[in-house]
Design a protein. Sequence first.
Lengths: 537, 314
Amino acid sequence: MKLSKTLKSKSPGLSGLLRSSLLSATVAGMALMAGPTFAQTLTAVKHSALRVLDPIMTTAYMSRNHGYMIFDTLYALDSDLVPQPQMVESHTVSDDGLTYKFTLRTGLKFHDGAPVTGEDVAASIARWGERDGMGQVLMSFVDSMSGDGNVFVMQLKKPYGLVIDSLAKPSSNVPFIMPKRLAETPSTEPIPDQIGSGPFVWVADEFQPGVKAVYAKNEDYVPRDEPASWASGGKVVKVDRVEWVVISDDQTTLNALQAGEIDYWESPPNDLLPILQGNSDITVRNLNKMGMQTIMRPNTLHPPMDNVLIRRAAIAAVYQKDVLDALVGSSEYYNLCGAMFVCGTPLASAVGSETLTEGNGMDKAKALLAEAGYDGTPIVIMHPTDVGSLRTQPVVVAQAMRDAGFVVDLQAMDWQTLVGRRASQAPIAEGGWNLFITNWVGADVFNPLVNNMVNGKGSDGGWFGWPDVPKLEELRMSYATAGTLDDQKMLAEEIQKISYEEGVYAPIGQYFIPSAWSSELEGVLDGPVPFFWNISK
Amino acid sequence: MYGYILRRLLAAIPVMGFVALFVFLLLRLTPGDPAAILAGDTATPAQLEAIRTSLGLNDPLFVQFFNWISDLMRGDFGTSILSGKPVIELIADRMEPTISLALTTITLSVIIAVPLGVIAAWKQGTLIDRFVMLLSVLGFSVPVFVIGYLMITLFSMQLGWFPVQGFKPIGDGVGNFLHRIALPTFTLTLLYIALIARITRTSMLEILGEDYVRTARAKGLPESRVLMRHALRNCSVPIITVIGIGFALIISGVVVTESVFNLPGLGRLTVDAVLSRDYPVIQAVILLASLIYVLINLLIDIFYVLLDPRIRYS
């Protein structure tokens, strides 16, 4: 209005009329173009679309990431891998080591306004303990759990050294705390509501699976005073909304980031990194120092891979550099690492992995095949061609195995076919398989309890591939009760040694996926999971 | 006419039934287990069984089919296995981008392609005709995604006239809507211009050689009247057929265009559902697509009557 007046006084007559018309048209146009605007909306493209909303029912990383937005945890790991209290104010342990008493911070509230109680915690931990591997081990030590007001009590049957570490588990499944009424949902069914006590509130009305997930700042959240470090410390939300949008095409995502239409891209493909790094308006950085572990997993149930010598031959034939050159390309973003519990962690060890990292195992592979009397039975390798991060490894592994003398049947399929088929314990002729390749976030494999592949329970309770190695289970239980870090290291190394000897699996490389974001963003946190608190725009 | 429409609608019922049965059985024969997808990496066999049971996947196939069909009869399209959202909601969310793109593309294509085809036929063998044919060949030969990326590079990244991606519903403002839908529309329009212009030209050439056209010209009618009233109207049947099929094709999903411009349409919903074995969503989307084809075919037949009085359905 004021602008129109000024314009009129300066530009009378026809030209004034024209200018006024132009101004009106411009204003009208702007009004037409303007959609609903939100101050401080952070728009992110994640590695995948969010579909399953229950982070306990599934191990999907997107569900875990969603969990971190709206739920909170009792403890959380900091960047030194040390558990720090998060929802917990303090805890005490009885002299006999059997009673853990946790007192929650004051002021913790769920998004529906209800206070967080010890009963909510007990129900949440019980549900998590049904599904998660580390949770199941913890539950095997737990006699009872109870809550009263802001106190949660865990009574153990026998001392267990990893209670706090379990409650601080950083990756799938994370022991998120939810209201008791939700946590009482059977763990094989999804929770009906998304009510947590975390730093963001779920905006259910705007959720479009495969398109968009929206989170609003939880105005009632009381962050801790400590600085944020990984999932621990103060979860201070500095934007009003976070929108996770799905853009299925990488080139379009790249263009959208460069044009300022999105703020953050969790996992750009390696071939586009040089373009991003050449743009001064974009920051590219690896946030997850543990990186990813790509692994090959043989099926121990069926010939010829039921023969340990054949499994060891397959592992000996593979050179990590070949795999990683094909998968990643730039050595800046990968690491030759044979440590089953991830290089750069306290439990890292190179024992048993020399051929993988030095590439000198081909002769050994051929000798092992000869010793095993391999008869040329084809090795069925499942090859998921629709997932970029899993497309190349099977080809490289298959060729290495062929070079060693294996006959390989590389079967192309989509990832979901693989997911269904890998659960089959049927013989090869009836839809079974011999070997597949997958990737893990480092935080999912960084100790013997979270690392599913060193589970030696066999076909009843083991992970796909089902190695039956009782010694591994003994060692894992010893690890669970080990008193010191030195004992844990020794046991972890022994577990790794036996795992290689038994050919239960092989890490075929550690690699890193840098993220890219607008340089307007500040405070992006490192961590095994992309966190959205502490970021200002 | 009404009797004909009713008969056609009734005849669509067994077609839809066959499609429903075919899609249902095909999905069950496809490898992949929604329960395993839902449960993730660490579920035990017992937990997987529990999930399968809770989803009804352990029921005999005929029971599953009967349950699905009886739910459909009540207007219940089921619930997405993964997200837990009603399928009808998921489809409704994706309908607007798809229908919008179909309407804008077909409208723009018809406005440009029909006159081009008429002129090309009228000026057969001239530079104009050759230019229209060249355009047509280009439209057919250059993949849609290449045109899309070129459009984005030029109009979004270089000139900054349009956003790179995304969709805004018309409820967010007409300007906003058009701003977002423009580039995908231009991209697809090139393909449809090629198709419709070529069909128009061919049909027109056939008609322009007819005696009655020569007669009309001999009577001294203006050329525009000869072309538009005598020629174009009489060759509209094949043009309408192509337009109708083109519309149905867009409605049933143009995945590449939707992906390049990040339009949350039915095509992407279908692909996502197939990749995640979300049976209720796949079944509903395919059933919907077949229904659209049936209805559009019916509409085309009705248009035939309106445009050509010689056509009568008994």
